[in-house]
Structure formats: C-alpha cells, structure tokens
Ligand binder design. Structure first.
Ligand code: NAP
Length: 296
C-alpha cells in the first residue's frame, strides 16, 4: 500500500528543524513524515523517515518525493537558491506532489530577480522558485516571505562570549525580526490546512528593532555591557571580503543590508497573529529562550 507523506527539506536548518518538531506532535497531522538531509543521522525526531538527499543531486530528490503529498521547501541562503528550488519543484511535480510551502524572503515577488527593480539579493534568489510554483498547474502553493530571523543574532555569540564588540553593518536601520519558531508554526498550518493555499505571506515580528537595540536587549539579559562597532557600507564590504566571501556575494550582502539601513521592510505585518491566533515572539522573547547561546 502506498503511504502518503509530508516531506520536510532543510530539516536540520533554522526553520526546518522547528517545522519537523512541530509537525511531529501536531494532533491534526494524519500523514507520516519524511525529512531529508545530506547527513540524515543528524535528524533525531522520533518516527521520522530520515532520508539522504542532496538538492544538487536530482535522482536523490526523485526518490525523496515519491509518495509525498506536501513539501516544506527550505533552501540554504545564497545564489544556489534558484537551482535548488527548481530541482526540488521539478522532482515534486514529476512525483505527483500536490502542495509546496516555500520558505522565501521578505520583498520577494515572482519578478523580484529583474535587475531594474532594485530588489535586495535574497528577493532575487527566491523569485525563480516563486515563479515556478505559480506556473505549475498541478501544484497548490504557499509562499512564506519572512523578515530577518531573530536567530541571526547567534552570529554574534562568539564575540559576545569573548567580550569583543558586535559588528553592526546596518546602522540604526530597524527591522521587525521574526522568531524562526513562529515561521515554522505558520508553515505547519499551511501544510495541514488548505485555507492559505495560493497566498504569499510577509511574516514579521511584532515591532521593528535595530542591531544596537537588539544588542541592548542581550546586554540586559546577560547583565553586562556589550560594545558595538558600527561599520559604514564600504567598511562592511571590506569586512565580508576579509572574511573570505567572494566579491559578488559580499556585494549582495551589503546591498541587502542597505535595504535595512534605509528602513525598507521596517513595517510589521499582522500575518503571524492572523494565522496563529496569537502574537509572534519579539526579539526579547527569542533572546530569553536562547540565552545559553551567549554565555559560557
Ligand atoms: N536568515 C534570515 O534572516 C532569513 C530571512 C528571510 C529568509 N531567509 C531564507 O531562509 C532560508 C533558510 O536560511 P537559513 O540561513 O536559516 O539556512 P538554514 O535553513 O540553516 O540552511 C541550512 C539547511 O539547508 C540544507 N541544505 C543546504 N544545502 C543543501 C543541499 N545541497 N541539499 C540539501 N539540503 C541542503 C541543510 O541541510 P543538511 O546540511 O542537513 O544537508 C540545512 O538543513 C534561506 O532560503 C534564506 O534565504 C533567511
């Protein structure tokens, strides 16, 4: 007998691991779960069919999508997103998958990779996948377009533990950063319920917050001063090049950060509260639950 499943990609990643955990205990879920990773032994949620698959290796995706009804599609950030999205969507359509919930990014539209639109880089990377979903006659889809993740603050953890300043590359620009667990909770509703089909949801936290304000929240939590070093856009570009990023990627990162510096995407949306029936977590809530990452 063919078992119909839900497939989670990026299942070891920032949002995907929450999607897998939430689905595994959701009382409304009827179908078994399959999750893919290039190292499936890293998936430890009980009862999940953990499968080795690589978004760069189409035959593994054909096997992973067999017998699947719905897919949570999460790809690692960067210029590989279009190829990875299209590889998974192609395999899913061939396998008869009927629904894909895609983790996209704020500011994305199906056209946001057109150079004359001046979109920030992630919006360009996610556009081909959104276009492919909209153009696939046999698929129902939901696109989740989140603001920056609160968990990006984890990249400061080493510096904070060592007493070094946090590097701020976005000035006083504020963004309503979102708790990845809230994105995952919305994704679960989109996978299990048809009411969101055909919608693109811009997901944000409840209030805009700048990097210096996030650092102040962490300083309060840890009970000590955390210094901040502000970099201009030019200094930021040099910083990323010194870290070994290729020039094109450094340019794209700095371009994305310009959007935050200039206050684009600063306005919170009501989407998380509308879907979940409760407000999303603010940065302080996320930080309190992840305090241990900044200590020790
Ligand atoms: N961070 C933000 O602020 C932000 C904001 C808006 C949107 N987004 C979007 O959210 C998505 C996730 O970003 P993230 O930074 O949180 O990344 P992430 O989910 O932590 O990315 C790593 C995940 O991608 C999987 N992966 C990477 N390469 C793979 C491959 N070749 N085949 C199969 N799986 C592969 C990894 O699986 P294994 O290593 O286990 O194979 C891991 O589960 C990105 O598309 C990004 O554009 C991020």
């Amino acid at each position: 007998m063919l078992v119909i499943m839900i497939l989670i990609t990026g299942a070891t990643g920032t949002v995907g691991h929450h999607v897998l955990e939430l689905l595994s205990t959701d009382p409304l879920r009827r179908e078994p779960l399959r999750a893919i990773s290039r190292q499936p032994d890293r998936i430890s949620v009980a009862g999940v069919d953990a499968v080795a698959a690589d978004l760069d290796d189409p035959p593994t995706l054909a096997a992973a999508t067999e017998g699947v009804r719905a897919v949570f599609l999460a790809t690692a950030p960067g210029p590989t997103i279009p190829d990875h999205d299209l590889a998974l969507i192609t395999a899913a359509v061939r396998a008869g998958v009927t629904k894909i919930v895609k983790l996209s990014a704020i500011g994305t539209t199906p056209e946001s990779d057109q150079p004359d639109l001046g979109s920030h880089a992630p919006a360009g990377w996610h556009a081909p996948g959104e276009r492919a979903l909209a153009g696939a006659d046999t698929l129902r889809w939901v696109s989740l377009r989140p603001a920056s993740f609160a968990s990006n603050a984890l990249s400061w953890a080493d510096d904070i533990r060592a007493g070094r300043p946090v590097i701020n590359t976005t000035g006083n620009g504020a963004m309503p950063v979102i708790d990845p667990a809230d994105i995952a909770a919305v994704a679960v509703r989109a996978l299990l319920d048809d009411r969101l089909d055909g919608t693109a949801l811009t997901l944000t936290g409840p209030a805009p917050i700048s990097v210096p304000e996030q650092v102040a929240v962490l300083a309060d939590l840890l009970g000590r001063r955390i210094p901040v070093t502000d970099l201009t856009s030019e200094e930021s570009r040099r910083h990323y090049l010194d870290q070994g990023w290729p020039t094109a990627v450094a340019e794209e990162i700095v371009g994305s950060q310009l959007a935050v510096r200039e206050g684009r995407h600063a306005r919170p949306t009501a989407a998380v509260a509308e879907v979940l029936g409760r407000p999303g977590a603010d940065f302080a809530g996320w930080a309190a639950r992840n305090r241990s990452a900044f200590t020790g």
